[in-house]
Write a protein that binds this ligand. Structure first.
Ligand code: SAM
Length: 297
């Protein structure tokens, strides 16, 4: 932020302190992960905007934080954001927390931060726990490039489409998953990614923290043997696709479609194979295969 805009904010505040939003990370399980900076800020701000005030009340009680709270969640973020922007403009200091971990990472807050930034108001990240970073730091997979995809779609057909679009991605893939869907998601990952190596980080920083690795099918077998392994919160990490040299990777799409068509492969299967090998949307390959079929009469 420019020096000029900083001075402008200072003059807005009655106390001489500029208003600001502090985006504060909170523990993802182990309360000892709360930073002293986070505690100082949560104790000193005018109000804490929490995703679920009842849930966060336990954290506040544990650390004897008596700051008033208000709710900011997916369903009220638009209206709430306007009120909070107005309060910060008046010079208030407000903290944003989510149920666990870093706000905005698969959690509400993005609209509020965007509005504050466009109003040239201060936003101060207070970093700390984040499940995806904790999982990557303990998994032993390449972290020089990773692609965080948040939660996969709930419906299997949409989930498979999303996975198929990622199968050629060479960066490490990271997903969040709930216990309700972990076995369904692993089943779809097995169907799309085959033998690709996964690391499953479960219950990070908690008593039953576990890292499992293997193919999706191997992980499903472990869960079938020991249903406790399917309980809790998960980060699913999938190794990236091997980098292809220019020559290896240069599959001619038309030739591939034609070869499959001539071998008698059906339009739907052509679309599935092409999406897996060439990337892009399945529908696009389906339409192209259909055109080839029509052209051949
Ligand atoms: N903002 C949070 C963060 O910084 O990680 C993520 C919130 S998202 C709504 C919740 C998901 O994060 C869970 O479903 C799970 O996939 C993942 N997660 C949160 N805590 C976890 C933990 N202790 N161990 C493993 N995964 C966790």
């Amino acid at each position: 932020m420019s020096q000029a805009s900083h001075v402008m904010q200072s003059s807005r505040a009655e106390s001489g302190e500029p208003g600001a939003l502090y985006v504060v990370a909170t523990p993802i399980g182990n309360l000892d992960d709360m930073s002293t900076r986070a505690l100082d800020i949560l104790r000193s701000v005018d109000v804490i905007a929490a995703e679920d005030t009842r849930h966060s009340a336990r954290l506040m009680a544990h650390f004897d934080i008596r700051t008033p709270m208000l709710a900011l969640h997916d369903h009220n973020e638009r209206t709430r954001a306007e009120q909070l922007v107005a309060r910060i403009e008046q010079g208030e200091r407000i903290a944003l927390i989510s149920d666990a971990g870093t706000p905005l990472i698969s959690d509400p807050g993005y609209r509020l931060v965007a509005q504050l930034r466009s109003a040239d108001l201060r936003v101060v990240p207070v970093p700390g726990p984040c499940a995806l970073v904790a999982a990557l730091s303990g998994a032993g997979v390449a972290t020089d490039r990773f692609r965080f995809e948040g939660f996969l779609p709930a419906r299997s057909s949409a989930r498979k489409n999303a996975l198929e679009a990622l199968v050629r991605e060479s960066a490490t893939l990271v997903f969040y998953e709930s216990p309700h869907r972990i076995t369904d998601s692993l089943t779809d990952i097995a169907a799309v990614f085959g033998e690709r190596r996964l690391v499953l980080a479960r219950e990070l920083t908690k008593r039953f923290e576990t890292f499992l690795e293997g193919s999706a099918e191997a992980l499903l077998a472990i869960m079938a043997d020991d249903p406790d392994q399917a309980r809790g919160e998960f980060v699913v990490i999938v190794e990236g696709a091997p980098e292809q040299s220019e020559e290896e990777g240069s599959v001619d799409a038309e030739q591939l479609l034609m070869a499959m068509f001539e071998a008698g492969v059906g339009t739907k299967q052509i679309a599935t194979v092409a999406t897996r090998l060439l990337g892009g949307r399945k529908q696009q390959w389906y339409e192209r295969a259909q055109q080839l079929k029509d052209a051949q009469g």
